[in-house]
Design a protein around this ligand. Structure first.
Ligand code: SF4
Length: 181
């Protein structure tokens, strides 16, 4: 049997991973990377990470856990704290997480990386893919462009994660998105 191409997939949360990583696994050998220093507070971060561990075990992919560099994330985004969701703060947030994912892919000697964040209705896949392409160019890696919202992806991920009994958050992740809800 032909070996699948390795890919590093940035994972934002368990419900999205349950649907999107299983799709990626049809074509790729997935290493997941949970790198989300945006998540506030730390208890919420740990809850989302624990749920992602369950999904990794269930789907059988390797999960690498990034550092919880919350202070670094705050410094990067503080200037845009009053921006609405999908604004400039979010673009910095995507770019930083994709940057760290590309760094990991390079460390592992894997030439392809992506993110599953495009499944969220609150995230613009075009913007994510543009930032991913730029990040790939910077590290001389290939970025896999996705839009997991297609084919009713978000609804399917909600149904799947409900069946699996996964925790599903009701805000994106950072303190600003928590306050906005
Ligand atoms: S709303 Fe979500 S994507 Fe935007 S900055 Fe906050 S955590 Fe990041």
């Amino acid at each position: 049997m032909e070996e699948k191409q390795p890919i590093v997939a940035h994972i934002c949360c368990a419900p999205d991973a349950l649907y999107a990583v299983s799709l990626l696994q049809d074509s790729y050998q997935v290493t997941g990377y949970f790198y989300n220093p945006n998540i506030h507070p730390v208890e919420e971060y740990e809850l989302r990470l624990n749920e992602t561990r369950r999904v990794a075990q269930h789907l059988g992919f390797k999960l690498i856990e990034g550092k919880y560099e919350a202070n670094r994330w705050q410094q990067l985004t503080a200037r845009f704290k009053d921006e609405p969701e999908k604004g400039r703060r979010c673009q910095i947030c995507y770019a930083w997480r994709l940057n760290q994912t590309a760094l990991l892919a390079r460390e592992l000697g894997i030439s392809l990386f992506t993110t599953i964040m495009s499944i969220s209705p609150w995230k613009n896949a075009g913007v994510l893919n543009r930032i991913g392409r730029m990040t790939g160019g910077k590290f001389r890696l290939e970025f896999l462009e996705t839009n997991f919202k297609k084919k009713d992806g978000f609804r399917k991920s909600v149904a799947l994660s409900k069946d699996f009994g996964l925790y599903r958050q009701n805000y994106c992740g950072c303190i600003y998105s928590q306050q906005a809800r």
